[in-house]
Ligand binder design. Structure first.
Ligand code: KIV
Length: 276
């Protein structure tokens, strides 16, 4: 965030207006304490459906439900005062029809207080995005590697290489024309991300894309070293909290077994101090 601290959460239009300016900062969050930690530093916080993998141990994001998103969305909302909250629409909650998408997006926003929803897909989701935007639901789009389509994409591969670049550019243009206020570009070659950023007039938010994007997002558990099942090339570890946490738990276990925890400072006397 810039030196002038914000007091109120930006609106989707404020995020859109940051196109070409100071890079937008974003992380995912799933809990109140994490949201509190990042509130001052992020322009927007995404309640990502990555919650299924990083907090619930699911093998992909496909098993994430509306109820899970709402519960984590409510937790994150309690921790935010100045960053905007965007919430992911889970797999199966929007693909069937614009009407289904509206019903579920409205529920996510009403029950969590999110300022916008994010959904995956380019050209084929443009009609749905336009339908939502026309009915008061700000939409962040997500193109490139779209993890909810992992079974048709055939793995977590870089998208838009070689001939596929034109289709990805068309996806970004389609969601822009449909009225999305920003678009996440996941796992696309840096040159293509730069071309898309130059071409579309909404902010591009990179994850495994390019430093030239209008903003960046990472999964918070990845960048803090809390999610260690695998590490994508695009993840930079800013801390190793998982390792530190495990070492601390091992120390606690040793101290319990040797009766060195609890120590005198952690236990209570028969009488309160000063009572004779
Ligand atoms: O669910 C998520 O965390 C996401 C980000 C990776 C963009 O969609």
């Amino acid at each position: 965030m810039s030196a002038t601290a914000r007091k109120t959460a930006p609106l989707p239009d404020d995020i859109r207006a940051r196109k070409g300016g100071e890079p937008l900062v974003s992380l995912t969050a799933y809990t109140t304490p994490m949201a509190q930690m990042m509130d001052e530093h992020c322009d927007f916080v995404l309640v990502g459906d990555s919650v299924g993998m990083v907090l619930h141990g699911l093998p992909s994001t496909l098993g994430v439900t509306m109820e899970m998103m709402i519960m984590h969305g409510q937790a994150v909302a309690r921790g935010l005062r100045q960053a905007m909250m965007v919430i992911d629409m889970p797999f199966g909650s929007y693909e069937e029809s614009p009407q289904q998408a509206f019903r579920n997006a409205a529920r996510l926003m009403a029950e969590t207080g999110a300022g916008a929803v994010k959904l995956e897909g380019g050209t084929h989701m443009a009609e749905t995005i336009a339908f939502l935007v026309a009915r008061g639901i700000p939409v962040m789009a997500h193109v490139g590697l779209t993890p909810q389509s992992i079974n048709t994409l055939g793995g977590y591969k870089v998208q838009g290489r070689d001939d596929a670049g034109a289709a990805l550019m068309a996806d970004a243009q389609a969601v822009t024309e449909a009225g999305a206020f920003a678009v996440v570009l996941e796992k696309v070659p840096a040159n293509l991300a730069d071309q898309i950023t130059a071409e579309v007039d909404i902010p591009t938010i990179g994850i495994g894309a390019s430093a030239g994007c209008d903003g960046q997002i990472l999964v918070v558990d990845d960048m803090l070293g809390l999610f260690t099942a695998f590490k994508a090339k695009f993840v930079k570890r800013y801390a190793e909290l998982g390792k530190e946490g495990e070492a601390s738990i091992a120390r606690y276990a040793r101290e319990v077994r040797t009766r060195s925890f609890p120590g005198p400072e952690h236990i209570f006397a028969d009488q309160a101090p000063g009572k004779g």
